[in-house]
Design a protein around this ligand. Structure first.
Ligand SMILES: O=P(O)(O)OC[C@H]1O[C@H](O)[C@H](O)[C@@H](O)[C@@H]1O
Length: 470
């Protein structure tokens, strides 16, 4: 035994779990097999898997907003899944537009081929597409994606200052179509087109598309109805990359890549429903997080991918988990007295070794860690890959061992091996964390799908903006 709490590998012989091209090793978690089995029983008692099934079937699980949470329908290939028809129709429209842009049938207002796409959106309307684009883009993409998120003129200038409006398409993504940052950035982009002589509705319709749940969005922007791709109230922003919020991805990466991304996620959905609890990847991650947070007082969780392609998944996961689980009141208004969701942070593992690993390993806090690497490289520099993965595997060990075995225990590590990072395995990887998050919400007794604190902040900002502009 190392420190005061054992590694799971000391009491459980097989600590590997496999599904959808991913292998989790949970041997460096700090609990015994008996304690892990007790967690499985708790999951059964709390009906964690049953609640997931209810979510997939379209029960109203977002009770504070009286909504379904059907992000799984966006990637479903099953015509019996809720809302299949409208999802499929929207997908087909996305694929058709993307094909036309990619093969040069769809041209800008002055007859030029589209080379760049700007995604104007923030939060869930940016982080998913940004993470996926960073993971799957080519070295020199024929259509480049740019992300205009914060309401910061520097960011806008850096994007608009180098692009040609005649060859740029813009997707304004906002589920509510009222997010201040996005609306202001949309205005800036519209002015940019206008200055370039792209002014009439017909001309602007060649360049500007809207992704929104708001039916009057096109009217507000003076665009034809065909330029809106719907998302729906039954998909939460942070769970929305699988639908029309992914439109810029479909254009930049191509429909086939996007379809494969959805397929991988759908495969994870099937695993989540069908696998035995003890072999269930998302359930395992959820139970370990629950244990680490409530029993071992690990307030933070660190995601450390050892792969450039997964760098931005950290920010995506941060929003997913922290907006979903950063709550301490149950839907019935009662207060939760135990710890709830962990603070999620992290970075590219190899760089982080030269930055915050000192704190992780020798500091006075305990942290739970997911350390990720890919068996196959996404490049041809074999020696680089060998050194990178040697670092990943060495750190998985270094982060849980201290010089003196008598010292207090500290971190808990899960390693996640991705055999090969493909659109499918990326989809499975992201869906894994979505299910982990919603399962944790059941374990804590929380609603994962609302964000009252964010809305409160938005309200205060609107009031202050009015005062400051007087
Ligand atoms: O898509 P929008 O309606 O513009 O919302 C963008 C973002 O707004 C807020 O920050 C919410 O907390 C996020 O969950 C959401 O993704």
């Amino acid at each position: 035994m190392t420190g005061s709490i054992a590694f799971l590998s000391e009491t459980r012989s097989d600590c590997d779990l496999n599904a959808c091209g991913l292998t989790l090793n949970i041997g460096r978690q700090r609990l015994t097999e008996e304690e892990f089995n007790a967690l499985l029983l708790k999951a059964q008692k709390e009906g964690v898997l049953e609640r997931q099934v209810k979510m997939l079937k379209g029960e109203v699980v977002n009770t504070s907003e009286n909504r379904q949470a059907l992000h799984t329908s966006l990637r479903s290939e099953d015509p019996a899944s809720p809302h299949y028809e409208e999802v499929n129709e929207t997908r087909e429209r996305m694929y058709a537009l993307a094909e036309a842009v990619r093969n040069g049938q769809w041209l800008g207002a002055t007859g030029k081929k589209i080379t760049d796409v700007i995604n104007v959106g923030i939060g869930g309307s940016e982080m998913g597409p940004h993470a996926v684009y960073h993971a799957l883009r080519d070295i020199n993409p024929s259509i480049r994606l740019h992300f205009l998120s914060a309401v910061d003129g520097v960011l806008a200038d850096r994007i608009l200052g180098v692009l040609n409006p005649e060859t740029t398409l813009t997707v304004i993504s906002s589920k509510s179509f009222s997010t201040r940052e996005t609306m202001l950035n949309a205005e800036l982009v519209n002015e940019w087109y206008e200055k370039a002589g792209i002014r009439t509705q017909k001309e602007r319709a060649c360049h500007v598309f809207l992704v929104s749940a708001k039916e009057s969005a096109c009217q507000e922007m003076n665009l034809p109805e065909e330029n809106r791709f719907p998302i729906w109230s039954w998909v939460g922003g942070r769970f929305s990359v699988w639908g029309a919020i992914g439109l810029p991805l479909v254009i930049a990466l191509g429909p086939d890549v996007f379809k494969a991304f959805l397929r991988g996620a759908h495969e994870m959905d099937r695993h989540m429903i069908g696998a035995k609890p003890e072999e269930n990847l998302p359930l395992t991650l959820a139970l370990l997080s629950y244990w680490n947070s409530t029993k071992l007082s690990m307030v933070s969780h660190c995601l450390l991918p050892y792969d450039e392609r997964l760098r931005l998944v950290v920010a995506w996961l941060q929003q997913l988990e922290m907006e979903s689980l950063g709550k301490s009141v149950r839907p019935d208004g009662s207060i939760i007295t135990t710890r709830t969701g962990q603070a999620v942070w992290g970075g590219f593992g190899n760089e982080a070794q030269h930055s915050f690993y000192q704190w992780l390993r020798d500091g006075s806090s305990r942290t739970s860690i997911d350390l990720v690497w890919c068996d196959e490289p996404g490049h041809t520099h074999a020696h680089h890959h060998l050194v990178l993965n040697a670092n990943a595997q060495a750190q998985a060990e270094a982060l849980v061992t201290r010089q003196s075995p008598s010292e207090e225990f500290f971190n808990a590590v899960t390693t996640i091996r991705i055999k090969k990072l493909t659109p499918e395995t990326l989809g499975a990887f992201m869906a894994l964390y979505e299910h982990k998050t919603t399962m944790l919400a059941t374990l804590y007794g929380l609603n994962a799908f609302d964000q009252p604190a964010v809305e409160y902040g938005k309200r205060l900002c609107r009031e202050l903006e009015t005062k400051l502009s007087r």
